[in-house]
Design a protein around this ligand. Structure first.
Ligand SMILES: [Zn+2]
Length: 484
């Protein structure tokens, strides 16, 4: 039903001859794209009227996707990577905030650093080389597009700056401008800024950096200062508050405060007479759950007689990834089958599902695989664990330790937030686009008119008249723009 409505809307716009052609727009009408990630924001808060500033913008001109979805694993790094590349976790290189690789005795795999040296699975460190899909910083830094795009990455979380600080030459980053607060390791793009207990800048300081980048411009390709027309921002405070206190009153207050920071941005755009050029993507990477019930999967497996040296568990909040020490042994299917049985036997302690990476001939072949049960997750890649175990709502894994009061990572936290708004006349006034919701939010195939985080990259680049990054599998959100 929703798709038909959208088609009708698009058709009406076309019939009226309202066509926006960004590539041919007059210079002073050329759109400026800003992608703000409101880290950890649950879209339900928008539905409850707790984001009055953003709602006011969307009501005036914009589209709110009520059943938008994060990708699995519902963690920060995979979802920011999805937004900036258009790739899901099976091909982006980043299946979790934490994951493991098989180095076969080397200290890195394809440039992605390992935390140790072994022939079995080793957890990875953080480096731009870990991202295998092309980012939009990289695709817009190619020779043919360089002069069309000035890009900026402003990240309250330093780990995201690290992940997206790929270089295009010895001296130059793919992004024209990078900003993040300095931690113990200094970089040439970090700035001295107060950090919260999680090591992140708060949203006020991060927004200060965004406002300065607009006012002063950033150093562009030819060395002159220019306004960025592709800015990617991470605002961490909602997420930090959710982890510290759970998804209750303080979390809702943090969301309202970030809503006010967006208002600060809008006011400056208006004051600088840039509002009519402004296209805003207001998105969250995942939502948030209060998670008092913790379970240590490693203990569950060992109690069931699984040898401790046969696997490692890599925790991602509500999702655990189990990697086999020997993932090619002919015995692996039986071992994984026993692991799956042990995990599912702990259903009364919060374990929801346990799914294989590859078909298991001892246990239903493809029936119990990630692709067999949740094809729309697109999680079945080489870097994914051999067994992926998820937690029900209200809890998380503790492998080896997870003292947070709130968190995310499992399918129940993929109900994110996604709106496109701004002052640019090419935006359609759709208001709320509703859809259907599945119990685990694995419903993107039933919601072709909704948005996923992989849709950010292709849509943002289309606004600038450009093709998506190389590995994109997202959809251009045509219904949100006139004449597309
Ligand atoms: Zn996050």
């Amino acid at each position: 039903m929703m798709t038909k409505t959208l088609l009708a809307l698009t058709g009406a716009s076309l019939a009226l001859g309202v066509v926006a052609t960004p590539a041919h727009a007059a210079p002073n009408d050329k759109p400026l794209v800003y992608i703000f990630v409101l880290d950890g924001l649950d879209g339900d808060l928008y539905d409850q009227g707790r984001l009055p500033g953003i709602k006011g913008l969307v009501d005036k001109r914009g589209t709110y996707y009520q059943e938008s979805r994060a990708i699995m694993v519902a963690e920060t790094n995979p979802n920011h990577t999805a937004m900036i590349t258009g790739a899901y976790a099976d091909t982006s290189g980043i299946p979790g905030n934490d994951f493991a690789l098989y180095g076969n005795g080397a200290t890195s795999v394809d440039g992605c650093p390992l935390d140790g040296v072994s022939n079995g699975p080793v957890s990875v460190g953080l480096a731009p080389e870990c991202v295998q899909a092309q980012t939009f910083f990289q695709s817009t830094a190619t020779k043919s597009t360089r002069d069309k795009v000035t890009s900026a990455g402003i990240f309250g979380k330093p780990k995201l700056a690290t992940l997206f600080a790929a270089k295009r030459s010895k001296k130059k980053y793919a992004a024209d401008y990078l900003w993040t607060p300095c931690q113990s390791t200094k970089t040439d793009y970090c700035r001295k800024t107060p950090l919260n207990v999680w090591g992140y800048a708060d949203d006020k300081h991060t927004m200060d950096a965004v406002l300065a980048s607009v006012r002063e411009g950033v150093k562009s390709e030819n060395g002159k200062r220019k306004k960025a027309n592709l800015t990617f921002v991470n605002l961490p405070t909602i997420d930090s508050t959710g982890h510290s206190y759970g998804a209750g009153k303080k979390y809702r207050k943090a969301a309202a405060d970030t809503d006010a920071q967006i208002d600060r941005f809008v006011r400056q755009q208006r004051k600088l007479k840039l509002w009519s050029r402004t296209v805003l993507f207001l998105v969250s990477d995942h939502s948030m759950d209060t998670t008092p019930d913790k379970i240590t999967l490693r203990d569950v497996l060992i109690a069931a007689g699984i040898p401790a040296e046969s696997f490692i568990v890599v925790q991602n909040g509500g999702t655990d990834m189990v990697y086999l020490t020997d993932r090619t042994s002919p015995d692996r299917f039986d071992l994984l089958h026993r692991m799956r049985q042990a995990a599912l036997a702990a259903a009364d302690r919060g374990i929801d599902e346990a799914l294989y990476r590859e078909p298991n001939p001892t246990d239903g072949d493809a029936a119990n695989t990630l692709d067999g049960v949740h094809p729309a997750w697109h999680l079945n890649g080489e870097r994914t664990g051999d067994l992926v175990v998820t937690h029900a709502t209200g809890g998380a894994f503790s492998d080896p330790i997870n003292p947070t009061n709130g968190g995310h990572g499992g399918p129940f936290t993929t109900d994110n937030f996604f709106a496109i708004t701004g002052g640019w006349k090419g935006l359609v006034k759709n208001g709320t686009v509703s859809g259907v919701a599945d119990a685990r939010f694995d419903d993107t195939q039933a919601n072709p008119g909704q948005a996923e985080n992989v849709d950010v990259a292709p849509t943002a680049l289309r606004v600038l008249g450009l093709e998506p990054p190389r590995d994109n599998r997202g959809r251009v959100l045509t219904e949100a723009f006139k004449g597309w």
